[in-house]
Design a binder for this molecule. Sequence first.
Ligand SMILES: *Cc1c(COP(=O)(O)O)cnc(C)c1O
Length: 410
Amino acid sequence: MYRPTFAIVDTGAIRNNVRAIRSLLQPQTRLLTAVKANGYGHGAQAAAIAALTGGATDLGVASVEEALELRAAGITAPILVLGVTSAAGILAAAEQNIAVTVGGPEGVQETAGMTWTTQDAATGKRLQAAVHLKVDTGMSRLGVRGVEAAVDLARRIDSSPRLQLAGVFTHLACSDEPDLCHTEAQVARFRTVVAAIEAAGIAPGVVHAANSAATLRRPDWHFDMVRVGISAYGYGSAEGFESPVALQPGLHLYGCITRVATLEVGDTVSYGASFTASRRMRVATLPVGYADGYFRTLSNRASVIVHNRRAPVVGRVCMDQLMVDVSDIPNVRRGDCATLYGRYAPPEWTANAMDSRANGALEQWLGATFTARAGASVLSLDELAAHAGTISYEMMCALSPRVPRTVLPL
Ligand SMILES: *Cc1c(COP(=O)(O)O)cnc(C)c1O
C-alpha cells in the first residue's frame, strides 16, 4: 500500500447481521440478500459468501452481468435479477440457473420469438427461464400495474414454453417512514394481486415484498421471502431508524495523515478558500477525496476521528485529499491513522507500522488489530449521509475501486 488510504470489509459483521435478521423470520421464510452494486460497495463475492454463511437462501442483483460474475466466482445459490433484463439476457440467465424479473408483456413476447437451442445438460429438456413477476403497487418504477394486467401477465408467463413463473413480488416505497399508511396500501394492493393470480388457477411461486425496513418492522409482511440489503450491511434504511436487532457496519474507511501544518489567523484552506483560520490552528491533510467516495458536499460539515477525537473537515474536499482541524487534539503526527467512517481506528495503526509490513502480513495485522477492537465506537455513515444530503446506501456504493479493501476472513 503506497498511499495510506484503505477500507476494511468486515464480512463477519455482514454474516452476523444476516443471522440476526434470520432470527426474526419463520424457519420456512426465504431470505434474499441484495448484493447488487458490488455488494453495496463491500465487494459482491465477499458479501454474498458472508450472507449465505449467515443464513441467506437467495441473492439479489441488479443485472444479469452481476449475476454472472457471482456464478463465475463459484456461487451456486439461487440468484434473482431485480432489474430489467433483455430477452437475450433472459436466455443467458437461464443457462446459468439465474432467475429474472419480468414486469410487462414485452419480455414474454420477445422470448417467445427467440430460438432457444440450449438444452439442460442433465435432463435434455429445453431450458426454461425462472421468472419473478413484478407488480407495481405504488413505487411507479417497474412492474405491471393493475390486477387484471397482472393476472394476464402471470397467465402468459405460465403458458410460455420458455418461461416458468417462479415468483410474484412488489417493492415498497415508504417502509422506513414513521407513517406506514402508504405501505399498508401497497401491501393491500399486492395481496389482492396475488389472490387474483391464485384464483385464476396459477401458482404464484415465491411471494415477496419486504425490503430491510419492512422486514425489521413487520413480520406480517414477510410472505414467502424477504429481501434485505442495507440492514445486512449494518445500517437502517433511514437515519434514526430503530432496528429490533443489533446491526454492525460492514464497511470502514481510513486514511493516514500525510502532513500536519500550523496555520496563522487569516490563512485559508483548500479550493475557493471557503475556510479561514480565525485562530492559530493545526491542520492535517488526509489522502482521501471525493474520487475515493468521500463526497465533496461534506466540505466544512463532516468530521473525521483522530486519536478517538473529532477533527472537523475544513475547506473543500478535493478529488484526492482533504484537510481536517486537529488543533484541539494533542500530539497528532504525520502517519497517524484517521477514521473517515466506521469503527475508530486502533491506536497502533500508523503509516510507519503499515509500511513495515508486506502486503499479506499487512492484511492479517489490520484484520487482527481491527477485530480486537470489536467494542470500539463507530462513526456512522448515517451521520455523514445526513451532512451530505444523501443516504448511507449512496456513500457505500460510492467507495471507489481505487481504495484497497482488506476483506476480513469469515
Ligand atoms: C435493493 C433492493 C432491495 C433491498 O433494499 P434495502 O432497502 O437495501 O433493504 C429489495 N428489493 C429490491 C427490488 C431491491 O432492488
